[in-house]
Unconditional design. Structure first.
Lengths: 271, 269
């Protein structure tokens, strides 16, 4: 009897947090709480200071706006950390949604669910001033002759292989830190990142870093779009999509983007 | 057939029968029970997807050639350096004491440092000092890191082999008028090396898997290629493909080493 009462009380509390009939009610891991996963570590400018709880950084801010739109107060948001592999493993997941710059692709969509995109990422070429002084320019011909590096878990490798078709095979690394180390060591000339990451790395991490140019996202056949990742068949998907659409329509998403991601207009397009 | 032989044959048949039945029962249970787990379909899609297996196999096999190449050029360097360190540690003359110290420090240091750290430190660190291309290649410095680590292990294995040779062998060689260098070369080492072949085969199998660590600093070998497929396809099957390719090499290699050892033992007994 006692457990039934406790359960009933719990239900009452939960519905007090989440309005009855709200699309996320009863669909999250813990009722009344939205569990959001980010990377470990989470990178600037997506999350500032590796502290998503502060809501600073583009993805952290989007996450809190999304939670609010779905009916969760800021204190009802819990953060967890996952690697890419944990996000795609079969079996139970420890998050409701996972936001760490996941590019939406058809192959990945077979195994997990993606929300509507919350950001369209132009791809940009990170290099160093020394390479530019050595004669590299933002033209395809020049890009072909460079030694490329990319991060393995991103969609940058197919872009390099198919669009740039470099004359030497690219080197592939685990994460951003290793790519920047290789650039610094002169083992690669250039690396492909989404523009906000590239801007950050060139300004802060890579000594003498520079952006050679960006690819026009509107010209790409499959522009790189980031979506929140959910377990396959997640009951939350409709709710997340509706909330993202509302954020897009109200201009809130564009506002967050303007606040946290640098103005990209100064970066020349690759010819 | 004597009664005893008949009895033994009967016992053997009975043992074989029981072994066969128990194996069938265990395998049968695994085949029957595992797919009954509620998550089996998801696991099967993630790890044993036939289409992904077929599609990624050729690329992974090509990437494996890089592993073989790195392995092939590392092994002679490892054994040469390992032998040199083992001999340095075993130097008898008092004047060569610094050499012994050096050998001991070398082994302690490189056996103690995780291979991954060494691969990063040498693979990124040394080229970062400002070497021009092609001398900053991750292939060169990654290989150096592997050689440093594995030669420390091999040196210890060889040293244990050298020390296992009975002192009478050395004494006999000296009595025959061999100097200490010839004693080592013609008497001690041939026996010592033969004695530690199994331990060294172990090293080689371990090395063959650690070659994949070079992917941390850029080269796209089989595990990295599998990781690329994994992230593009969101499926772990490419790793299974890589494991199958690895097994196709390591299992026959180990069996061949067993065969060589048996032949050697039979020839001597």
């Amino acid at each position: 009897m006692k457990t039934v009462l406790t359960a009933a009380l719990f239900m009452g509390l939960a519905s007090a947090v989440l309005a009855d009939g709200h699309c996320a009610a009863g669909k999250t891991l813990t009722d009344g709480t939205l569990t959001i996963a980010t990377g470990n570590p989470a990178y600037y400018p997506w999350v500032l200071n590796d502290a998503p709880e502060a809501g600073e950084g583009f993805e952290a801010a989007v996450a809190y706006a999304l939670a609010e739109e779905m009916g969760f107060a800021a204190d009802a948001v819990t953060w967890v950390r996952t690697s890419f592999d944990e996000a795609i493993q079969p079996g139970a997941k420890n998050f409701d949604i996972n936001m760490q710059q996941y590019s939406i692709t058809a192959e990945r969509d077979k195994v997990v669910d993606f929300s509507a995109p919350y950001y369209t990422a132009p791809q940009a070429v990170l290099t160093t001033q020394a390479v530019i002084d050595g004669g590299a320019t933002g033209t395809m011909d020049s890009l072909k002759g460079l030694k490329w590096g990319v991060v393995a878990s991103t969609t940058a490798l197919p872009v390099v292989m198919e669009q740039i078709q470099p004359s030497q095979s690219p080197l592939v690394y685990d994460d951003n830190a290793n790519v920047t180390a290789a650039i610094q060591a002169g083992q690669i000339d250039a690396a492909l990142f989404d523009l906000p990451t590239a801007l950050y790395l060139s300004a802060v991490v890579v000594e003498g870093g520079a952006i050679l140019g960006q690819f026009d996202p509107n010209a790409a056949e499959n522009p790189d779009q980031f979506g929140a990742l959910m377990p396959e068949g997640s009951p939350l998907k409709d709710c997340v999509d509706a909330a993202l659409t509302a954020l897009t329509d109200s201009g809130k998403l564009a506002e967050i983007e303007a606040q946290w991601l640098q103005e990209a207009t100064g970066v020349p397009l690759i010819q | 057939m004597s009664r005893r032989a008949a009895y033994e044959a009967r016992q053997r048949r009975r043992a074989n029968l029981i072994a066969g039945l128990s194996t069938i029962a265990v395998v049968g249970l695994v085949i029957l029970l595992v797919p009954m787990a509620p998550g089996w379909d998801a696991v099967k899609r993630s790890f044993f997807d036939g289409e992904t297996f077929v599609n990624t196999f050729p690329t992974l096999l090509r990437a494996f050639l890089l592993d073989v190449a790195i392995f092939a050029w590392s092994v002679p360097l490892i054994f040469a350096l390992g032998l040199a360190i083992a001999l340095a540690r075993g130097a008898q003359s008092p004047a060569l004491f610094p050499l012994r110290i050096f050998g001991a420090i070398y082994v302690d240091l490189f056996r103690g440092i995780p291979v991954v750290l060494l691969v990063y430190l040498i693979g990124f660190g040394v080229p970062g000092l400002g070497l021009p291309r092609p001398w900053n290649s991750p292939y060169i410095w990654g290989t150096v890191a592997l050689v440093l680590t594995y030669s420390a292990y091999v040196a210890e294995v060889l040293r244990s082999g050298i020390e296992s040779i009975h002192a009478s062998q050395r004494n006999a060689a000296i009595c025959l008028g061999r100097n200490s260098r010839d004693t080592m070369r013609f008497v001690i080492l041939p026996q010592a090396i033969r004695r530690v072949v199994p331990a060294n085969m172990n090293m080689l199998v371990a090395l063959q898997k650690d070659v994949a660590l070079l992917s941390f600093i850029g080269p796209v070998e089989i595990l990295r290629q599998a990781g690329i497929f994994k992230s593009l396809l969101a499926n772990f099957t490419p790793y299974v493909v890589a494991a199958v390719i690895f097994l196709c090499v390591t299992v026959p290699a180990t069996r061949y080493a067993d065969y060589l050892l048996n032949r050697d033992r039979n020839a001597r007994s």
